[in-house]
Design a protein around this ligand. Sequence first.
Ligand SMILES: C[S@@+](CC[C@H](N)C(=O)[O-])C[C@H]1O[C@@H](n2cnc3c(N)ncnc32)[C@H](O)[C@@H]1O
Length: 252
Amino acid sequence: MASSINYHCLAYAALDVCNPLDMATVDAAVTRTGLRPGARALDIGTGNGAIAVRLAEHFGLDVTAVERDPAMAAIARGRVDASPAAGLVNLRQAGSGTVLADIAPLDLIVATGTTDPVGDGRLEPSAILDALSGHLKPGGWLLWGDLIWNAEPPVPVRQIFEAVNRFTTHEGTHEAARAAGYEVVTAGISPRAAMDHYIGTADRQARAWLADHPDAPETAVVRASADRVKIMFEYGGDYVDFGLYLLRKPPI
Ligand SMILES: C[S@@+](CC[C@H](N)C(=O)[O-])C[C@H]1O[C@@H](n2cnc3c(N)ncnc32)[C@H](O)[C@@H]1O
């Protein structure tokens, strides 16, 4: 049975958005789409479910939320069930590939900080943006957020960040979006304080749990993840920002 404790669960349970991003910025982007209640949205890699719940509660969207980590999906389940808009959120604990395989074209896809949004192992932003476009209606929207390089990193920094994912630059994201046929409607970079809050909160949560659970079966794994993230951002944090992009597939 999967453990109900891992580093990301500890970190994300204490955050609203599980990224260097605040909900007001997400709200502004979704407001910009002009989507009406009942429009269909997919939140890929919903994490703690906060964005999916917001899309339903604040915008009245009909939301499918997918999360592959069972422990994280359990946290999202708690948030969804506690929401007055729970009936609008279909939370699926699955890899996104399973959901994308049989979902009808969408009005909005949200993928913020999701390692493998298409669910088939493709990691290059250009390939991901291209694939997600195929799941949008004409005129549909993609709200895409991820780490971006703000300068060429030293090789070891690139290696440690790209051990699990690939990133591009702010300009690279624009180019990838245009190459995949999107209009870049808004593009913004989170303030440094958002990055500091995100990394600091995650680290504090993990260290507090480790101090309280020195002998738990998950202790070694949680410590290894916390140490890896800490090292990544201590040595490489100056080279990364978080970008949020509202992209539109052209109407026919
Ligand atoms: C950094 S968290 C971000 C959560 C949320 N999008 C937010 O911004 O608050 C990324 C989440 O995506 C999930 N994830 C990554 N790839 C996935 C996939 N192919 N299918 C479903 N979930 C995925 C991870 O398990 C993790 O919980």
